[in-house]
Design a protein around this ligand. Structure first.
Ligand SMILES: [Zn+2]
Ligand SMILES: [Zn+2]
Length: 180
């Protein structure tokens, strides 16, 4: 069988997703593979689809995350004000921190995978989602202001990753467009 891109080349492998025949060069240059980038190669068109879905996911995540972080910041600042202005405000403070902790952890702590890394760390959540949620909420309630700062740093890093992934996506689009 011949490669579906390079019609003169002998195919050595099939795309992991759609099954088209691919030559050695296509296999080696594959942008996406199964098993987090170590397994069977995907063809250029399927790689493009994968890249597009990652960028879409990142975009959605950033929008949702911005709203969550805004709400959390509000409750955490509110809690700190309670603590500073009231004699026994520490209880109110932790109550507000708890609200922030629930808001930020609802819907899981999944972060978008970048196109480059293809690493997806959801194993802990898959094992025991409830324990995972409770653990994060307790931890967040205790360290809310620090956790919020870490979240904001994480958000900025994901934004940068998203911009990089957008660039990679347009490179993949160009490369695939040249092939057909
Ligand atoms: Zn394919
Ligand atoms: Zn080829």
């Amino acid at each position: 069988m011949k490669c579906y891109v390079h019609h003169e080349e002998e195919a050595v492998v099939n795309c992991a997703k759609c099954g088209v025949a691919m030559c050695q060069a296509c296999e080696e240059k594959a942008l996406f593979r199964t098993a987090n980038g170590t397994g069977q190669a995907m063809c250029p068109r399927c790689s493009l689809n994968e890249a597009q879905s990652i960028v879409d996911y990142e975009s959605k995540w950033l929008k949702k995350r911005a709203i969550k972080l805004g709400l959390c910041a509000l409750f955490i600042v509110w809690g700190l004000i309670e603590y500073v202005t009231k004699a026994d405000g520490i209880y109110d403070m932790f109550a507000y921190f708890l609200i922030a902790a629930i808001i930020i952890n609802l819907g899981g702590n999944k972060k978008p995978q970048s196109i480059g890394s293809q690493v997806y760390n959801a194993t802990a959540m898959a094992k025991s989602p409830v324990a995972y949620f409770v653990g994060w909420v307790i931890g967040y309630t205790i360290f809310a202001p620090i956790a919020l700062i870490m979240n904001i740093i994480g958000y900025i890093r994901t934004r940068m990753q998203y911009k990089k992934d957008l660039e990679i996506l347009s490179q993949v689009q160009e490369a695939v467009a040249e092939m057909y």
